[in-house]
Ligand binder design. Sequence first.
Ligand code: NI
Length: 136
Amino acid sequence: MSNIERFGISLPKDLLEKFDKIILRKGYSCRSEAIRDLMRDNIIEHSIAENKEVVGTLTIIYNHHTRDLSDKLTDIQHCFHNQILATTHVHLDRHNCAEVIILKGKSGSVKQVADKLISAKGVKHGKLVMSTTKGG
Ligand code: NI
């Protein structure tokens, strides 16, 4: 027995044309796979909104000459060591650093740690991406 369900969708023609253009550019070989990915993304977004267990990657960019910033970022990471699995530091040039921090925990606490790091004075840019294995 197959566990695949098939169903038809009615939608405006121009919406489908726009969608097809995008998925072609992204390299999808068929609409079904593109729609499956959209559904998984939606399920994961729902899990994040419901404070479920997630894994997150936070990227931050900062100038390591900024007074006390490196120490402050390290302090924050030690305070939240239960949520932080790993940190990778890259020296981008003479002044700027990139850190990718991998976090795990309830989405609310992962977001809280990320917000603390991003809002530290001197961090130029930061972005958190959260995911789960529960997307189906
Ligand atoms: Ni560095």
